[in-house]
Design a protein around this ligand. Structure first.
Ligand SMILES: *[C@@H]1O[C@H](CO)[C@@H](O)[C@H](O)[C@H]1NC(C)=O
Ligand SMILES: *[C@@H]1O[C@H](CO)[C@@H](O)[C@H](O)[C@H]1NC(C)=O
Ligand SMILES: *[C@@H]1O[C@H](CO)[C@@H](O)[C@H](O)[C@H]1NC(C)=O
Ligand SMILES: *[C@@H]1O[C@H](CO)[C@@H](O)[C@H](O)[C@H]1NC(C)=O
Length: 433
């Protein structure tokens, strides 16, 4: 009797301790199944090549494929059965619903267009669903990697849009580089350029950020063939106003692409990612609120690591503060082939983050195996070999926190790059996934 009281007291004690401080699982070296939440585990008919993808782009497309958090939880046997040791899911906080009245922005079904940072999007489910998913994973010994965006919010075209945001609902929370005498409304409206309206100072994305094969690709612009994501497309260095000169169709450099004429690193940090409102982390509210938010996510959902979207568009000092606050590894999306720039985000000595997604290898791996475009590396594995050697010899980044992959949701899937060539895909996947 005494003994059983003692035992139950001990159990209660340890349960309380657990509720207060979850001890994250170690994600080092695990294989992760990446899930685009809106496209997975929805009602059967909407999955895969169902009505969702075939109606995309047509007038009646609702912008949501109706995948849910519960749908993921229901498929954990399947995922674990394939041998995966954890999952990474796209963000599920409340999104911009789109499209905006001018049709300039689509739908936030990707999860990267947050409008309310404190709520789970009802399209995906509830807070309880996410708690349950995490608990189910952990009961299987699987790790939970959750995707976050610290750089930007959803599309912002006016002050009225801004007012709908929670909690970043004021102009002062956003970068307004080059605003001059414009009002925020004018700034967020964007300005006419080459027949389209674009938001003000852009970050390194969009046409020209990557070399695209074909008549409008790199060769047209006399790009030097050097390794590096985004090398070597031209840029418009004074892309700050309606009178900006330069080729209207190729306005951007890739991130970290310092050899791109006119590349401005400050603009990478302070520009907007197309029309997505860019958070100003120098503002004390933005800085502190994001740190609190990160902590809250961890405490509520018992996350083992974060995947960080658009990492190089955020100042390193903020990234360091955030990494220090949450402690669990953050794997940064740094889309560059510039090794020195790439490693600087997760350098063991002084890098702001603990980990990275391995774009440095992916850039040359998929072209090497499949022949997709990359200067010099198409169907040539020497580049992959060389980059692997660079990484192995450097010792500067933690290779167990560097996520290898051959495709993701921002690029053609492997079957497309590989033209359905199964032997090539079978070679590529064990290499890099
Ligand atoms: C998603 O759900 C909404 C609301 O029920 C529905 O209108 C829409 O057609 C669904 N989308 C797909 C792709 O089935
Ligand atoms: C960012 O915020 C700080 C502090 O509020 C401000 O001084 C700075 O001008 C802002 N930067 C931009 C580019 O808007
Ligand atoms: C690569 O990035 C570094 C900064 O980390 C920069 O100094 C260098 O010029 C970049 N190289 C290229 C080819 O863009
Ligand atoms: C493959 O790339 C390497 C490194 O650039 C180069 O030396 C080699 O000639 C290439 N091989 C072929 C067959 O093009």
């Amino acid at each position: 009797m005494k003994r059983s009281i003692w035992v139950s007291a001990l159990i209660i004690g340890s349960c309380l301790a657990k509720a207060q401080a979850y001890t994250p699982l170690d994600i080092k070296g695990t294989s992760l199944y990446f899930i685009f939440a809106d496209s997975f585990g929805g009602p059967p008919v909407e999955q895969g090549l169902g009505p969702c993808s075939t109606t995309r782009g047509s007038v009646d497309f609702q912008g949501w494929c109706n995948g849910t958090i519960k749908g993921i939880t229901n498929q954990l046997d399947y995922i674990q059965g394939m041998g995966f040791e954890g999952i990474w899911i796209t963000p599920v906080i409340k999104q911009f619903y789109g499209p905006d009245p001018d049709g300039r922005s689509g739908y936030g079904s990707s999860g990267y267009w947050a409008y309310n940072w404190n709520e789970i999007d009802p399209n995906f489910g509830t807070e309880a669903d996410l708690v349950e998913l995490s608990a189910e994973l952990h009961s299987r010994g699987m790790v939970f990697v959750y995707d976050i965006v610290l750089n930007h919010v959803g599309p912002i075209h006016s002050t009225a849009d801004l007012e709908q945001l929670v909690p970043f609902n004021k102009e002062e929370y956003f970068h307004t580089r080059g605003i001059g005498s414009m009002t925020f409304d004018q700034y967020a409206q964007g300005f006419a350029r080459g027949g389209t309206r674009v938001p003000p100072p852009v970050q390194g994305i969009g046409p020209g950020a990557m070399c695209i094969e074909g008549p409008d690709g790199c060769n047209n612009y006399h790009c030097p063939v050097e390794t590096g994501f985004g090398d070597p497309c031209p840029v418009d260095p004074t892309y700050l106003g309606a009178d900006a000169p330069g080729p209207p169709d190729i306005p951007y450099c890739g991130v970290g692409d310092f050899v791109c004429p006119g590349y401005i690193e400050e603009q990478t940090i302070e520009g907007w990612f197309a029309s997505l409102g860019d958070l100003n982390h120098s503002h004390p509210f933005v800085h502190d609120e994001l740190l609190r938010w990160g902590k809250r996510l961890l405490e509520t959902y018992h996350i083992d690591a974060f995947r960080l979207d658009t990492a190089p568009y955020v100042s390193k000092s903020f990234l360091s503060d955030f990494q220090a606050e949450v402690v669990v590894p953050i794997l940064g999306e740094v889309t560059t082939g510039n090794w020195s720039f790439f490693k600087s985000f997760a350098n063991k000595q002084d890098g702001p983050l603990k980990g990275l997604l391995n774009f440095y290898l992916q850039n040359v791996a998929t072209p090497g195996f499949c022949g997709s475009f990359y200067p010099g590396a198409q169907l040539n594995l020497s580049h992959l070999g060389a980059n692997i050697e660079v990484m192995l010899n450097s010792g500067e980044v933690d290779l167990d926190l560097t996520g290898n992959f051959v495709d993701n949701h921002d690029m053609p899937r492997l079957a497309v790059s590989c033209n359905d060539d199964m032997p090539r895909m079978k070679n590529a996947i064990p290499c890099c996934s």
